[in-house]
Write a protein that binds this ligand. Structure first.
Ligand code: HIS
Length: 428
């Protein structure tokens, strides 16, 4: 924190937030909450039930075996007993823990949804947020391609409802890459190295690594081509002919099946495939996917199948889920100019103390019928224009000015129009 102490002794450093976190207020905050609400409404239509888990958990919930966030990227702290706690970097492991705990005997599908913030202590490069809002869904006890398709269809529906234009859901499969690694007989270290090189799009590095091994020509070619293996499924089917290992072949066959079901949903225009997509988290075991759109450089949703994670908490349960990254979605919507402006929907009742009772009665009456009302006693130090300007700053649509015990002046802020009305008439 910088200590900028002014002459009056006020520490201006107090007004700053740490790098990577920010305040969200006024219209932006309203838009964000409204967006979450409208997406949540869609998710509820698919039968998901809400769940809330703690913002911090024991470190072990997210440790390496679960294949989640790297330890150095988590915010860690201790409780009085000396336990290591972390601010959750990801909500999926917490939900998996809950399913093992509260639905131990349930064998048929469990559908859960949640909204909350996650915290990742990433390197502070250009404006990347360290606290982000996720709205997520998880479906347990269903390992079918129908479940995969339904989750993708749900994601498409959510993004459409959010008003996003032109987005794509890219789908890959964790097993495609893992099968190639096995076929190439890469050890864990080499596999990790290859993953990093591909993520960094360092093709020379990939070539060097691949050339250091004795590999089948087709396999070599395919690994080098991984970053280009995206597009519609037909274009990718040739990859199937070039590989020998069954794991990768099954992965492609699964994607074919999935695509056929997505066609039934009528959503094929939103789908592309990316065989070079790498799992963001090691817990993924099946399809992995992310949604991209112009206006946001980063994914606005990510997800995938993770059939072994719940078992680590003591229950065998296949699972698939995704999260919508609300902050990224907001950025995309605002760049695409489709973020609905918060409308001025509240009214201000202004009164002098002798009309207090009427003002309170009037406010209660209108609030009772669902109108948003602010009550304010007038100050002798302010003019009417101060209140009108205030309404403009605060997105307040109108003023009801108490003139006497039964008369109010109604002022429309946007048009400036004024009219006199009797309170008794309004209440009747
Ligand atoms: N938790 C994952 C997304 C996900 C939800 N379910 C499965 N995957 C993420 O933060 O990227």
């Amino acid at each position: 924190m910088s200590y900028l102490v002014s002459e009056s002794g006020f520490n201006h450093g107090l007004l700053h937030t740490p790098e990577g976190v920010r305040d969200i207020y006024n219209g932006e905050c309203e838009q964000k909450l409204r967006l979450q609400e409208s997406i949540h409404d869609i998710i509820k239509l698919y039968g998901f039930r809400d769940i809330q888990t703690p913002t911090f958990e024991f470190f072990d919930i997210f440790n390496k075996e679960r294949g989640t966030t790297a330890s150095r990227e988590m915010y860690k702290f201790f409780d009085r007993e000396g336990n290591t706690l972390v601010l959750r970097p990801d909500i999926t492991p917490s939900i998996a823990r809950c399913v093992a705990k509260y639905y131990k005997e349930e064998e048929l599908p469990i559908r859960l949804c949640y909204q909350g913030n996650t915290f990742i202590n990433n390197t502070s490069y250009q404006g990347k947020l360290k606290e982000t809002t996720q709205l997520g869904t998880e479906l347990f006890n269903d390992g079918s391609s129908d479940a995969d398709a339904e989750m993708i269809a749900l994601l498409v529906n959510c993004l459409k409802k959010a008003g996003l234009k032109e987005f794509q859901v890219e789908i890959g499969h964790a097993d495609f890459f893992l099968g190639l690694l096995e076929e190439a007989d890469f050890d864990q270290e080499e596999a990790e190295q290859l993953k990093v090189l591909i993520e960094k799009k360092n093709l020379f590095g990939v070539e060097e690594l691949v050339s250091s091994k004795k590999l089948d020509e087709n396999l070599k070619e395919l690994i080098l081509k991984l970053p280009d293996l995206f597009g519609n499924l037909d274009n990718l089917l040739y990859a199937k002919k070039m590989i020998k290992n069954q794991r990768s072949v099954h992965a492609i066959e699964h994607l074919e099946k999935l695509y056929a079901i997505l066609e039934l949903y009528g959503f094929s225009e939103y789908i592309t495939f990316d065989l070079g997509m790498l799992s963001k988290y090691n817990y993924y075991t099946g399809i992995i996917f992310r949604a991209l759109s112009y206006g946001s450089g980063e994914a606005i949703a990510t997800g995938g199948r993770y059939d072994n994670l719940v078992e680590q908490f003591g229950k065998k349960a296949k699972a698939i889920g995704f999260v919508i990254l609300i902050d990224q979605l907001m950025t995309a919507l605002s760049r695409q100019k489709v973020l609905n402006k918060a409308s001025a929907s509240s009214t201000l009742i202004l009164y002098h103390s002798q009309y207090r009772k009427m003002a309170i009665d009037l406010a209660n009456h209108f609030r009772g019928s669902g109108m948003k009302l602010l009550l304010m006693r007038m100050s002798n130090e302010k003019e009417m224009v101060d209140y009108v300007d205030y309404c403009k700053r605060q997105s307040i649509g109108g003023i009801l000015l108490m003139k006497d015990a039964d008369t109010i002046e109604v002022i429309d802020i946007s048009s400036g129009g004024k009219k006199i009305t009797q309170i008794s008439e309004m209440l009747s």
